[in-house]
Ligand binder design. Structure first.
Ligand code: AMP
Length: 396
């Protein structure tokens, strides 16, 4: 199923191995890592390399620096956390590439040792996929391992550029993510239910379209609901609604019918006077949305309707909160859905930054069969696209 070479298909023993990880982790104001999930997910690959006596050279991006060094985006907190998790020293460099780093790797570095380069996005060559930058990175190592599923949809130097200069294979996390997500598209146990939420229809156009050819049921929740309700002629008041997408929503309603997909929308809504966690709120049916109120969460009847679908499914994919769950007064829908999916015996897969934040908030991540580390990458895969970071690895 996964037709690319992995670290198990190449000799990494006593080799210098450059590993692209995704340590784009959240930091608090004191620069402590507040969620180390992505670091933990890289451990199987790192431990395998250590066991095989490789020199492990880690590289990642963090945040959105603008092509130059910024202290708040340095990777030191991630290196520190990795040290705690592995119990091994992680030597962190303040540059991404330098002759000194190369010299260190070639002459001083021990086999089985880990080093970490600085945030790749401090160099404009990373996002520009510069050949020169890719070559410098590649010059540090004998082999390249891509374990950064979260960046696999990017055509960046550390993802695709470097593969031109080194034998390039997948790490364990990359392999697992691709296998789980492609199996959703290719061979899900049926009925297959997808729940999509979040704020905008326009971000999810392609994934909605592709999934309507794959799923048995599609639940739409969150901000994108209102564009679909509007397309059906309902009043949506001041809810977020993309007027220019109502044509697309109509098309999708028709496509669902044609493909025999059960497209489920909320039937009642918690509306608020304004976009605020403490705003006055009330429960209304979708037929009676008041003109100057806005939809913030799904109501109890919608929760029950969605739960019924969840109970009947054998495979469930969830991406996007069904309400403004960051505020407690509008979190009931997202929390209820999260608990219902977590309690289901189906194959359950979640993806997307906000969805993962919700699972963490309710302490439910471990109850899912798979929690995807990549939001954008997972969505692109589910759109039916091939990911550049995967295409560029060696074929099996
Ligand atoms: P996205 O980045 O598109 O996945 O959207 C996630 C965001 O959608 C979260 O921050 C939610 O607060 C927000 N969201 C969910 N439901 C609504 C809603 N009814 N109105 C406005 N924003 C919403």
């Amino acid at each position: 199923m996964f037709n690319k070479k992995t670290i198990e298909d190449i000799n990494v023993k006593n080799k210098k191995v450059l590993v692209r990880v995704d340590y784009n982790v959240p930091l608090d104001s004191e620069l402590n890592v507040t969620d180390d999930t992505r670091i933990r997910l890289s451990l199987p690959t790192i431990n395998y390399l250590i066991k095989n006596n490789s020199k492990v050279i880690l590289m990642s991006h963090l945040g959105r620096p603008k092509g130059e060094a910024e202290d708040k985006f340095r990777l030191d907190p991630a290196a520190k956390r990795l040290e705690q998790l592995t119990g091994k020293k992680v030597k962190k460099f303040n540059q991404i590439y330098s002759l000194e780093i190369k010299e260190y790797v070639d002459t001083e570095m021990d086999y089985g040792e880990i080093i970490m380069l600085e945030n790749l996005r401090f160099d404009p060559g990373e996002k520009a996929n510069s050949n020169e930058f890719s070559k410098s990175l590649a010059s540090l190592a004998d082999i390249y391992v891509d374990d950064a599923f979260g960046a696999a949809h990017r055509i960046h130097a550390s993802v695709t550029g470097v593969t031109k200069y080194l034998p390039s294979v997948a790490g364990f996390l990359m392999k697992k993510e691709i296998e789980v997500l492609t199996s959703l598209l290719e061979s899900p146990e049926r009925p297959f239910l997808t729940i999509l939420g979040g704020s905008k229809v326009s971000d999810k156009i392609k994934v909605i379209k592709n999934l309507l050819g794959k799923v048995d049921s599609l639940i739409l929740g969150g901000g994108m609901t209102y564009t679909f309700l509007k397309a059906q002629g309902y009043e949506v008041g001041k809810s977020i609604c993309e007027e220019d997408q109502t044509g697309f929503a109509k098309e999708m309603l028709a496509l669902a019918k044609k493909n025999n997909v059960n497209l489920v929308l909320p039937i009642d809504i918690i509306v608020a006077k304004e976009f605020d966690g403490d705003a006055e709120k009330k429960l209304v049916s979708v037929q009676s949305m008041p003109v100057d109120w806005m939809g913030m969460d799904i109501g109890d009847k919608s929760v029950e309707l969605f739960k019924k679908e969840i109970l009947g499914a054998r495979t469930i994919f969830w991406n996007g909160p069904v309400g403004v769950f960051e505020w407690d007064s509008f979190s009931n829908g997202t929390r209820s859905i999260a608990y219902a999916i977590a309690g289901s015996p189906a194959v359950t897969v979640a993806g997307g930054g906000d969805t993962l934040a919700a699972l963490k908030k309710y302490n439910l991540s471990s109850k899912f069969s798979h929690v995807s580390s990549g939001g954008g990458a997972a969505i692109e895969l589910l759109e039916g696209k091939e990911l550049p970071g995967v295409i560029s690895l060696l074929d099996k």
